[in-house]
Design a protein around this ligand. Structure first.
Ligand SMILES: C[S@@+](CC[C@H](N)C(=O)[O-])C[C@H]1O[C@@H](n2cnc3c(N)ncnc32)[C@H](O)[C@@H]1O
Ligand code: SF4
Length: 461
């Protein structure tokens, strides 16, 4: 065992034990996971689910923009180069029309808990189009006090004009992609981005009053070493973003064909990935960041850290969030929506998406209805992913289920308990410090769909 301590977490890892569990597992950004989606859920079902939402319930909105100026080889996001400004302009208009459609089914003026733009690179739409979409959303829905409007941006293409329009639109948080500052790693992923570019982008945002800035990093990238990662972490800390996400590189070339450009011989192995997780926790907590869930870090006064302290951390398709709304409605190609009745996903085919929205139909391609048992398990998995602990009897009571409903799941947990990755006492399940990197694997013990799932997933660590 190799103990290591940071400011607010202690990471104790026994690599031989964790290696025994080395296998691909879902990211558990939802339950059931996307592997369970099927074409039997269509636009008519989605409309029924939307109309069944209780009137007083707030929603969060997510808009997906599947375009980038330049494509990074490591990227597993659904995105492509746009054909030109006309395509981007037309796409922004489709987002507005889909928002109209949603508002007509859930009722105009419904409380809006958050508005999030992701991609791809939403800033590719340009400042004016982005402004229009934000404006449409905030006219159709009623932003709740403190509701954040956040946008993912690629700092290589952020201009002063774009920043001004975002500030004018009321954007409160910008999340920028960095991944790694090392030039050799940047070449290996086809993303050349000098540190000065990132720093200049952050300065422009701060000058415009947008001072909630997130930085995305990735570990496990080609040519990354512990030294290069340490240097990247040091540069990141100097830039003082309010949040840092450090994702484990998901190498899924059967899904993301662009990853075939990456030389697999240059990818860090499992041992090195585990050392990287350890280094990240150590360096970022020492720099004053709080460790949040599996892969996020936030300054103590950031809403994500505040929510985590209060037990209010949530997980959705974009990762960890402090937005407490149970319903997330996604617009745009491939966007996923989560409702109490189930999950739905829009088609990723841009022509089909455009045709559906122009005909005032939902572009739903697939989804899955949630059973009462699914909602119970979703609750367990979300608490484990967010808090690394869950009180099973309490969750059972919340869902009007008997306590013994977890008997088979607890039996499946036994190998993890035997290896000291989990403790169970009086129904209180705790992931130990050693078990934290394996939390997704631990969640599989509760996943009733996994044995029948055809999905291929990313590595567990
Ligand atoms: C939509 S991008 C961020 C915004 C913008 N497009 C950019 O790259 O600057 C979302 C993030 O997903 C993460 N990501 C993408 N592909 C990944 C992969 N294969 N494994 C792990 N993380 C990945 C990266 O950290 C990336 O910044
Ligand atoms: S990382 Fe960002 S910029 Fe690069 S291809 Fe993916 S979405 Fe586009």
């Amino acid at each position: 065992m190799r103990p290591l301590s940071g400011a607010d977490i202690q990471v104790v890892m026994d690599q031989p034990i964790l290696k025994r569990f080395e296998r691909p597992v879902p990211r558990y950004t939802s339950y059931p996971t996307a592997a369970q989606f099927h074409a039997g859920v269509d636009g008519a079902t989605y409309r029924d689910w939307l109309q069944a939402l209780p009137a007083a319930e707030a929603v969060a909105l997510y808009a997906h923009v599947p375009f980038c100026r330049s494509i990074c080889w490591y990227c597993a996001c659904h995105t492509q180069r746009a054909r030109g400004p006309a395509q981007l302009e037309a796409y922004a208009e489709l987002l507005e029309r889909e928002l109209d459609l949603l508002a007509s089914d859930v009722g105009e003026g419904r409380s809006l808990a958050a508005l999030q733009f992701g991609g791809g690179t939403p800033t590719e739409l340009g400042g004016k189009a982005l402004f229009r979409v934000v404006n449409r959303a905030t006219r159709l829905f009623a932003p709740a006090p403190g509701a954040e409007i956040s946008v993912e941006a690629d700092p290589r293409f952020v201009t002063a004009e774009l920043v001004d329009m975002m500030a004018l639109a009321g954007v409160t948080r910008v999340s920028i992609g960095v991944q790694d500052f090392d030039p050799a790693v940047q070449r290996a992923i086809n993303r050349i981005q000098p540190a000065e570019t990132t720093a200049a982008c952050m300065q422009m945002l701060r000058d415009a009053g947008i001072d909630h800035i997130n930085i995305d990093l990735v570990y496990g990238l080609p040519r990354q070493t512990l030294d290069s990662l340490a240097a990247t972490l040091a540069t990141t800390v100097r830039l003082k973003p309010s949040r840092i996400a450090v994702f484990g590189y998901a190498h899924v070339p059967w899904m993301a064909r662009r990853q075939r450009a990456i030389d697999e011989a240059t990818l860090p192995g499992m041992d090195l990935r585990l050392d990287m997780v350890r280094l990240i926790g150590e360096k970022l907590t020492k720099a004053g960041y709080r460790s949040i869930g599996l892969d996020h870090y936030a300054l103590p006064d950031d809403p994500l850290a505040v929510a985590a302290r209060a037990g209010g951390l949530r997980r959705n398709f974009q990762g960890y969030t402090d937005v407490s709304a149970a319903t997330f409605l996604g617009v745009g190609a491939t966007a996923i929506s989560r409702l109490p009745s189930g999950l739905v996903q829009n088609t990723g085919a841009l022509d089909q998406y455009a045709a559906a929205i122009r005909e005032r139909r939902y572009a739903t391609a697939r989804g899955v209805a949630a059973t009462p048992e699914d909602r119970l398990i979703a609750d367990v998995i979300e608490r484990l992913m967010c808090d690394f602990k869950v009180n099973l009897p309490r969750v059972a009571r919340r869902h009007d289920m008997p306590e013994h409903i977890f008997d088979d799941d607890l039996a499946r947990l036994q190998p993890f308990t035997d290896d000291g990755l989990v403790t169970v006492e009086g129904g209180q399940l705790c992931v130990t410090d050693a078990g934290r990197p394996a939390v997704r694997l631990i969640c599989t013990a509760f996943d009733h769909h996994l044995p029948t799932s055809n999905g291929r997933h990313s590595p567990a660590i």
